[in-house]
Design a protein around this ligand. Structure first.
Ligand SMILES: Cc1cc2nc3c(=O)[nH]c(=O)nc-3n(C[C@H](O)[C@H](O)[C@H](O)COP(=O)(O)OP(=O)(O)OC[C@H]3O[C@@H](n4cnc5c(N)ncnc54)[C@H](O)[C@@H]3O)c2cc1C
Length: 551
């Protein structure tokens, strides 16, 4: 499916193609598939059937405009469409997927950054199910992470025992040879104490994770050699900077509550295929409309008794809506909102940004048999074998003998300013230190991506700056990985926020008598269940909000 073209219309009658004439895509003809009983049955997240016409039938015609087609906007749009709303998704860029995107270079496919998820990411995995791509990811049967130090010394973090959490890693950590015996012995009490912390306690967000670890007997080798290895990629900040609240969420949810929660998953195909293109097709089947290169200028609220009380201004033209989900990055949200919609919106500045740098290295031969590895004492923090995805859809697939490694550098402030050649040299050298076979291999290509605002900066004090989904304007909801999901800025957080925003606007629409007859149900979209959304963002308190820095 091509996503090209300045204005992409998706929708219309079943079987209608994607592409459409320029300008197509707002509204939609009567009969455009709205919801459908099948979709409602599948939705377990409390969203099903919330848009109702005046006579109580499902499939009312509320028009929901979603601004931003990252995972938050895509999941919000799908949830609204599945529940019976007429959805228009507006994306400023020429592609879908937001912070998860792919590009081609010299015949190979690269992602903007390695994206992994864990088995406990139930909302994200449900999203993949919904859009029909859950068979395009790998998910470990059992957590197994080789931690490789320069010189190649490797020790594994894995769940091998049959013990329940939090004891499922005990055997592996007892033999974790990157730490001395004294540090290994101290891990257990700290892990148990971390597991007991009350995530609802605001005091957790007043202290850094490293400070807490130190006060619980963890010395620098353990902070760097174990705790930091996990929190750095998940929260995109070093242990010395990240809030204890965020770190405790990561460890409790991923490692300390359920034995299989931290089994690692990653995409087998380029991210653009996994998310954007598949989600667009799913939205099409659900009767939605997608417009690319549609940069929203502002959102305005009209009189409450108006038939369409919200107006989204895009390309200078008003687009009328019954409800709006604003799913753009926190650095852009405040400038689009109506005045007063998010009290104290200037506080969004406080969320800051944290960068991620990714370096892809193409070798002429295989240099490691590991599919993923954590680098210890190396700038190559996490390494992934991306050969399969790089060759996805190409003739060279599987036959060239080359290996493509993707190297992820989280909290990459110190590398952001370096030139691509410097970063490539740094990482090629680091990989040669970690994997001896790389020393004699020829580097065919390197590619560097730098995401300056990859995530917000989860330092102490940020929990109180994350707004919930609700605004002061009825029918206008916020979504994005930066909202108050309780999760770090992740794909899981983005999907949860989208679902929460959908619930909010559907609840708003459900109380109204919608105009027009209930349309015919659309054919059921493929894919299994939408997963339940736990930890839904709380409603905003009017005093807790923000504004942001345009990047
Ligand atoms: C390099 C990198 C690596 C990462 N690694 C991981 C990982 O391993 N695991 C993980 O779970 N998460 C990871 N993340 C984080 C994850 O990708 C994000 O948290 C998530 O995708 C954010 O989704 P979102 O929908 O909230 O926002 P975004 O994806 O930022 O989507 C917002 C969308 O809004 C659009 N937009 C902005 N302004 C306008 C406007 N005025 N009009 C219309 N559209 C607009 C943007 O173009 C964008 O498409 C990573 C992120 C990066 C950058």
């Amino acid at each position: 499916m091509s996503l090209g073209g300045p204005t992409m219309g998706i929708g219309g009658a079943a079987g209608m193609g994607i592409g459409g004439a320029a300008g197509m895509g707002i509204g939609g003809a009567a009969g455009m598939g709205i919801g459908g009983a099948a979709g409602m049955v599948r939705s377990e997240g409390g969203l099903a059937g919330m848009v109702r016409s005046g006579d109580g039938r499902p499939g009312g015609r509320g028009h929901v405009v979603v601004v931003g087609a990252g995972l938050a906007g895509l999941s919000a749009g799908l949830a609204c469409a599945d529940a019976g709303a007429r959805v228009t998704l507006l994306e400023g860029r020429p592609r879908l997927g937001g912070a998860t995107w792919s590009f081609e270079r010299n015949g190979r496919r690269f992602d903007n950054g390695q994206h992994v998820f864990l088995r406990c990411c139930t909302a994200y995995r449900g999203f993949l199910d919904r859009i029909g791509t859950s068979n395009q990811v790998h998910l470990q049967d059992q957590l197994a992470v080789p931690v490789v130090a320069p010189g190649g010394k490797t020790s594994w973090i894995r769940r091998t025992s049959r013990l329940p959490a939090p004891f499922h890693l005990a055997a592996s950590l007892a033999s974790y040879s990157h730490l001395g015996l004294a540090d290994r012995v101290r891990l257990g009490p700290a892990a148990l104490a971390l597991g007991r912390l009350d995530l609802a306690d605001p005091a957790l967000d007043q202290v850094s994770f490293a400070d807490w670890l130190t006060s619980h007997g963890q010395r620098p080798p353990a902070v760097d050699g174990l705790w930091g290895l996990i929190v750095l990629p998940t929260a995109n900040l070093a242990a010395s900077e990240v809030s204890l609240a965020m770190a405790a969420k990561v460890f409790q949810t991923g490692l300390l509550s359920q034995a299989d929660a931290a089994d690692i998953g990653w995409t087998a195909v380029p991210l653009a295929q996994l998310h954007g293109e598949a989600a667009a097709a799913a939205l099409e089947r659900a009767g939605g409309t997608v417009r690319l290169r549609a940069k929203v200028e502002r959102i305005a609220a009209t009189a409450a008794f108006s038939s369409h009380p919200l107006v989204v201004v895009v390309d200078g033209q008003p687009l009328h809506a019954d409800a709006v989900v604003l799913a753009v990055p926190h650095t852009e949200a405040a400038s689009l909102l109506p005045a007063g919609a998010l009290p104290h919106s200037e506080r969004l500045d406080g969320l800051g940004v944290s960068p991620i740098v990714n370096v892809g290295v193409v070798y002429d031969r295989r240099v490691t048999d590991l599919t993923l590895a954590a680098g210890l004492g190396s700038p190559a923090q996490w390494v992934f074998d991306r050969t399969e995805a790089a060759h996805w859809g190409t003739e060279t697939r599987g036959s060239s003998g080359e290996q493509v490694l993707g190297v992820s550098l989280s909290a990459a402030d110190e590398w952001l300013g370096q030139r691509p050649e410097q970063l490539s040299d740094l990482i090629v050298g680091a990989l040669a230190d970690l994997f001896p076979a790389a020393r004699s291999a020829r580097v065919l290509d390197t590619v560097v991506t730098r995401e300056r605002a990859a995530t917000f900066r989860a330092v102490p004090g940020t929990a109180a700056l994350r707004p919930g989904t609700k605004t002061t304007v009825p029918g206008l909801a916020l979504a994005g990985a930066w909202t108050d999901t309780g999760w770090p800025a992740t794909m899981e957080g983005a999907v949860r926020s989208g679902q929460a925003a959908a619930r909010e606007v559907l609840h708003h629409l459900g109380g109204r008598v919608m105009a027009g007859p209930a349309p015919a149900a659309a054919p059921a979209a493929p894919g299994p269940t939408a997963s339940p959304s736990h930890n839904a963002p709380s409603h905003n308190t009017p005093s807790r909000n923000i504004r942001e820095v345009l990047t």
